[in-house]
Design a protein around this ligand. Structure first.
Ligand code: FAD
Length: 269
């Protein structure tokens, strides 16, 4: 069975810092473009430190005929480059910095984008099925998520997770609170245990015990990690799509291979 591509599939990159990284990303993008995603997004670094590189990456993607969506904490010069799709985030302050910048929270950024640019941009915001690490309570975090939608966001992409039940619960709660926009699950292919553990500690995503224990047990055996990770993540994606997820957003880490294999296994032609 082939699933329809009407759902929203997107791939995330980080802005490369070296000429080699730029060339590698170009090759990755060319491979993933064959999967015909709705858009490619490009992250920014803490405190806007990669703004120029993020801009350069999205301009190159857009010039190749694909739709590019920078993750932003300020709208900067994107509009004049014909960018119509943004991922609006508060971002995290560089550690030790006390400067909160122009916007304390992402809902203020979304409001600003709408005030300044009307409907010029399709605006995505972040969602946290396992709740944002700084959230005081799940209830407040959901209310804060809704603020971003009420401020005019068109859709949301979630932090990655491995427990689909948490996502379903979050979507149910959001719907009950009156949020109607698509909430697209963020998917993290498993490249290595140490990297995954580091990201997860930083962003508060839970690695279920059974996954952690299995990955740890493989030690340096990269092919076992890869095979197990592909099975786990493919099954997660399959479950999400079968339960009506509106699409998938892959945190590609600028590598095409795992995302492509998952895509093929899901028969998302
Ligand atoms: P917000 O929605 O502002 O929420 C931040 C915290 O404040 C939450 O705890 C929330 O409950 C609380 N809050 C929100 N609004 C209010 C309010 N009005 N009053 C009181 N409390 C409030 N980071 C990067 O640095 N670069 C990236 O490119 C990047 N891309 C990402 C992409 C996705 C899909 C996701 C899910 C995250 C990404 N992040 C990125 C991480 C993100 O910047 C951090 O998680 C950041 O801490 C929160 O950003 P936010 O936009 O979700 O913030």
């Amino acid at each position: 069975m082939t699933r329809s591509v009407e759902r929203i599939f997107s791939f995330e990159f980080f802005p490369p810092a070296t000429p080699e990284g730029v060339a590698k990303l170009r090759a990755t993008r060319e491979q993933l473009a064959q999967l015909r995603p709705r858009f490619f997004s490009v992250t920014f670094g803490a405190g806007g430190s990669t703004r120029d590189r993020t801009l350069a990456a999205v301009v190159e993607i857009q010039a190749s005929g694909q739709r590019a969506a920078p993750h932003i904490s300020c709208i900067a010069t994107y509009r004049q480059h014909g960018i119509g799709h943004l991922v609006a985030l508060r971002g995290d302050l560089p550690s030790g910095s006390a400067d909160v910048g122009e916007f304390r929270y992402a809902n203020e950024l979304v409001e600003f984008i709408r005030e300044e640019t009307g409907d010029a941009f399709h605006v995505e915001v972040a969602a946290y099925p396992e709740y944002h690490p700084q959230a005081r309570t799940p209830h407040e975090d959901l209310a804060n998520f809704k603020r971003k939608i009420d401020a005019g966001a068109n859709s949301a992409i979630t932090q990655y997770f491995f427990n689909a039940e948490g996502y379903y619960h979050f979507v149910d709660q959001a719907r009950a609170a009156g949020v109607g926009v698509p909430i697209v699950p963020g998917i993290m292919p498993i490249l290595s245990f140490s990297k995954l553990a580091r990201f997860s500690d930083a962003c508060g995503a839970e690695i279920p015990r059974w996954i952690r224990r299995k990955l740890e047990s493989f030690g340096d055996d990269a092919s076992s990690i890869r095979a197990f990770g592909l099975d786990v993540v493919t099954r997660l994606c399959d479950d999400l799509l079968a339960h009506g997820a509106p699409g998938l957003h892959f945190y590609t880490l600028n590598q095409a291979s795992l995302t492509k294999i998952i895509w093929e296994r899901l028969k998302l032609s």
